[in-house]
Write a protein that binds this ligand. Sequence first.
Ligand SMILES: Nc1ncnc2c1ncn2[C@@H]1O[C@H](COP(=O)(O)OP(=O)(O)OP(=O)(O)O)[C@@H](O)[C@H]1O
Ligand SMILES: [Mg+2]
Length: 234
Amino acid sequence: MSAGPVVRCEGVTHVYPDTDGTEVVALDAVDLEVAPGQAVALVGPSGSGKSTLLTVLAGLVRPTAGRVSVAGTDLGGLTERALLGVRARSLGIVLQTPGRNLLPYASARRNVTFAQRSAGGTRAERGREVDGLLEAVGLLPWAGTAARHLSGGQQQRLALAVALAGDPPLLLADEPTSQLDRATGEVVLELMVRAREERGTALVVVTHDREVSRRLDVEHTIHDGRLTSGPDRG
Ligand SMILES: Nc1ncnc2c1ncn2[C@@H]1O[C@H](COP(=O)(O)OP(=O)(O)OP(=O)(O)O)[C@@H](O)[C@H]1O
Ligand SMILES: [Mg+2]
């Protein structure tokens, strides 16, 4: 991993064309830096641009203007194939619709196994790591269940286990506790905070949950696509 910031955005603007010919400015000249191992909360009203920023950081949406680099790689001129490489090496992603990141017909265990990217360790060790992640999100009893048969909240938790399986330097999570009750949400938050403490995973977490935000180092607020940074409490 590079020594510089794990995320750097400079003047990132994204404009969605609307069907009626008008345009929506979802991101307006956003500057953002995330240090390795830093935990960032992104808050703001519905429609303010939070998910757009996350998908831009994930390389899933190319911004209309500005520069984005992730783990030292400028996403700008990359081909789709190279972007896939950056996602595979450097990113864990939990989208607002978690099912999008899962293999629907594969079991929960298979989903996590598939996402392990280091070839290190014996087969048994790798298997234990998978079961450890499933246990951490409370899904060990559902290890054999196909992802599409899991509930929304279970899919959300599986998506987090999948995102962490590759031990990425950066985890992007879009409202990872939105479909969970308080106790289960707490478990998911713990898992993210622990990944950060034990493995130095940087976190960018979109959340409406004050409790989640309070546990992270810094809170950035987005209003109408414009980002304002809060003080670092880390
Ligand atoms: N694919 C799209 N095409 C056109 N407009 C879009 C698209 N995705 C988002 N938008 C618009 O961009 C703006 C920002 O949307 P975004 O999804 O980033 O908001 P958000 O902050 O994540 O909201 P929420 O809290 O409701 O998830 C909104 O006005 C939305 O309507
Ligand atoms: Mg959103």
